[in-house]
Design a protein around this ligand. Structure first.
Ligand SMILES: [Zn+2]
Length: 131
């Protein structure tokens, strides 16, 4: 039996991080459907699960790999954004964060210095703000 499964899975894509996420989403929708007794959540759960099984059985390994890479990149960017936000929140009492009006670069300045002229480190645009 085990050998049969191994043979069946040969050349197929299998599980990955995106697959794990899809399974989690599917289980979450299944729980919501149990609690709310609404068919729509059950259908979404089944659809998500079906899609994940389709990905696992797929022989288009490169495509599935690219999808997973896209997902991992997006997840990474979210983590970076979240960490930056946390860092800004931690420094909120000692620093101000301004966006350069020209290039949207974020600029950090210390608080409590009155009106100051800020020079953007990226495009050298100068703008005046209260610190
Ligand atoms: Zn700038």
């Amino acid at each position: 039996m085990k050998q049969k499964i191994q043979h069946f899975m040969m050349g197929r894509y299998g599980a990955d991080q995106l697959g794990r996420l899809l399974m989690g989403v599917s289980v979450a929708f299944l729980l919501v459907s149990l609690l709310t007794r609404l068919d729509i959540f059950y259908i979404i759960a089944l659809g998500t699960m079906a899609y994940e099984y389709y990905r696992m059985m797929s022989r288009q390994v490169e495509r599935r790999y690219a999808e997973n890479q896209k997902y991992l990149n997006g997840r990474y960017l979210l983590v970076v954004k979240w960490n930056r936000r946390k860092e800004h929140f931690r420094q909120r009492k000692t620093h101000h964060f301004y966006k350069c009006p020209a290039c949207k670069q974020k600029v950090r300045v210390p608080k409590g210095k009155g009106r100051i002229c800020i020079t953007c480190p990226k495009c050298k645009e100068e703008f005046i703000r209260k610190s």
